[in-house]
Ligand binder design. Sequence first.
Ligand code: ADP
Length: 303
Amino acid sequence: KKVADRYLKREVLGEGTYGVVYKAIDTQTGQTVAIKKIRLGKQKEGVNFTALREIKLLKELNDPNIIELSDAFPHKGNLHLVFEFMETDLEAVIRDRNIVLSPGDTKSYLQMTLKGLAICHKKWVLHRDMKPNNLLIGSNGQLKLADFGLARLFGSPDRRFTHQVFARWYRAPELLFGTKQYGPGVDVWAAACIFAELLLRRPFLQGSSDIDQLGKIFAAFGTPSSSQWPDMVYLPDYVEYQYVPAPPLRSLFPMASDDALDLLSKMFTYDPKARISVQQALEHRYFCSAPLPTEPDKLPRPA
Ligand code: ADP
């Protein structure tokens, strides 16, 4: 079945938040693509705006580490977004027990994640939904940020965003304390969780509720003191937690190199104002010390 006289529909790839994603062949180029179908019309107006925002953002973000939007068109009351087809995602890589990730492989996946984020942040865009299954991997091994459905310009006048946007395990502490004025630091925290997940091969901080999520964070890094994070006590949902001391970070990541641990601890800084930026993280010595990041086409991927 053809869509808009150009795309030959194949199987459904998955169900997203706003609609079905299916595989298709672009008859003009012969290439395989992924088409995200978003219902338009009488529905909730919000879906329209979200979709339009996604289109505009993606067109502005032209980068090897960001998913390419090749076409967008309405068809039979649905908005169709055409993306380059991606073979797998980072969640599948991390979960695959047949895959061994060397320190260079982990470094490469983190570097590509941060490079994609750096472009977002340079254009004043927050990703806001960083998690391993939103990091798609192409046939050449390149990792690309996807799913900008929740992204939003953070330079816009209305900075009072909703804070329930992240998958809980990747949520920064300021979001869990209900901050309404968050910045690029929320993506850095999420990237740190993904870094930790690459090292551990399982999600690092698996909270079962927002309160439990904070508990897991404090158990890992110790309860934040007000000298560590002066603005914490002014956050809307701040409550005082029982004091927990920080165990040595080394004890949580026994296999990580000193450079890896140093970068990880800077990304996991409590105070978002003191947290390392994506650009600074990319300049960290971890990325230029041995072993160097693995070339993307040499990275292990699911069979
Ligand atoms: P969600 O909104 O739940 O985060 P998406 O709408 O982005 O998910 O995508 C739903 C599913 O479709 C994904 O889990 C993935 O399996 C598949 N998918 C999305 N984009 C692509 C793509 N570019 N190439 C291949 N598969 C994709």
